[in-house]
Design a protein around this ligand. Structure first.
Ligand code: SF4
Length: 377
């Protein structure tokens, strides 16, 4: 059997075999990726989540070269949201039926650990039905440095205070040589895995991420995928749960110090990498299409290159959109449902664990008058 036939049969491909996929015709690689997607997830359905992003502070000391979101504490537009402001953003989400927030910020040394615990307790007291996935591995590492305590203790206390999961942001390419060029002070790959492994052991929700376009080699991309796959094997074997999904997008540099210094990635490269991820990650059933970086049209095509999920509404996505210089800060349910249905799939609203909550009435959703944009608090 040739390489693609073995992949289509579900055989695990190793490093050299995965590297060969970059040299094969894209339609053939995509065809296998789509076949595997149909086998590993509900073949008729494409899922989506109603949620919102909340960036509680933009003050950050890490100063990644690819970030246009962060500020130093002295800049005029540096901020920390109050608990009440965060609460108002949650109320906006609840008005459109969402029950999950993805809350991240910079590494702000002025916020003590108790601030995070108090915030979680405040949110769980006032909005007990809302799930909180918050604080990337970079923020947890910042808290380790701030408190001198290890992540197991910190995550245990955060969980007790109301934390449900950790976004796997900050994965980019988990090869330190790539990370050192893009962001010298960025969390090292060893720490990224250490913190997410601890979170998985403690029963917290996690997802795996990848960003392409730093000028990384194919070998480095494959190394990233193999490390994610190995962590997932370990987590499933030892903790009975691992990454709920894999999300990948392309580097955005328009308003960052990397502008003109990193090549970024075209839609073609994105689609090939997505297809290879679907083939490589035989232990993660859910792969997201990325509408925030490549737009709805490429995201629709991605549904035939290995993705089975359209991501989420992400009300107020600030980090990627600011770096890119576009205003795709959120999607409406109507836009998501329309693009999934138009691509030939049944839209299904899900929870963060990919359990289906409901099948929207597509005709009714499309017949709705497009909502006026939410006034964001
Ligand atoms: S990407 Fe995150 S860690 Fe890096 S500078 Fe921006 S806010 Fe800070």
């Amino acid at each position: 059997m040739n390489l693609l036939s073995r992949a289509a049969a579900g055989e695990r491909l190793e490093r050299e075999e995965l590297l060969q996929l970059y040299r094969l015709p894209l339609p053939e690689v995509a065809s296998v990726a789509h076949e595997l997607r149909l086998k590993r997830s509900n073949p008729r359905v494409v899922t989506y989540l109603i949620d919102r992003n909340i960036n509680y502070t933009n003050i950050c000391t890490v100063a990644c070269n690819f970030c246009a979101f962060y500020r130093t504490r002295r800049q005029a537009d540096a901020y920390v949201l109050s608990f009440e402001e965060i609460g108002r953003k949650i109320e906006e989400l609840m008005r459109i039926g969402g029950r999950r927030i993805l809350m991240q910020g910079g590494v702000n040394p002025d916020l003590p650990f108790e601030w995070y615990l108090e915030l979680l307790r405040y949110l769980k007291t006032h909005y007990p039905e809302v799930r909180i996935d918050a604080f990337s591995p970079e923020e947890i590492l910042g808290l380790e440095k701030l408190t001198g305590r290890d992540c197991e203790e910190l995550l245990t206390e955060l969980k007790e205070a109301g934390l449900d999961g950790l976004p796997g942001a900050g994965g980019e390419i988990l090869v330190d040589e790539v990370r050192a060029k893009a962001a010298p002070a960025r969390i090292k790959s060893r720490d990224w895995f250490r913190i997410l492994d601890t979170a998985q052991r403690l029963g917290l929700y996690t997802i795996a991420t990848m960003v392409i376009g730093f000028g990384e080699t194919y070998e480095q991309r494959v190394e990233h995928l193999l490390q994610i796959r190995a962590q997932q094997d370990k987590a499933l074997r030892e903790y009975g749960q691992g990454f709920a999904a894999f999300a990948m997008w392309t580097l955005q540099t328009e308003h960052t110090r990397l502008k003109g210094k990193a090549p970024g990635a075209t839609a073609h490269e994105y689609l090939r990498q997505l297809a290879i991820a679907r083939i490589a990650l035989d232990n993660i059933p859910n792969l997201q299409a990325s509408w925030p970086t490549l737009g709805f049209k490429v995201a629709q095509v991605a549904l035939y290159y290995g993705a089975n999920d359209f991501g989420s509404t992400m009300l107020e996505e600030n980090v990627v959109s600011v770096a890119a210089g576009h205003n795709r800060t959120h999607a409406t349910v109507r836009q998501i449902v329309r693009h999934i249905a138009d691509a030939g799939f049944t839209p299904a609203e899900r929870d963060p664990y990919y359990n289906i909550l409901r099948y929207p009435d597509v005709e009714a959703v499309l017949a709705e008058k497009p909502p006026t944009p939410l006034p964001l608090a």
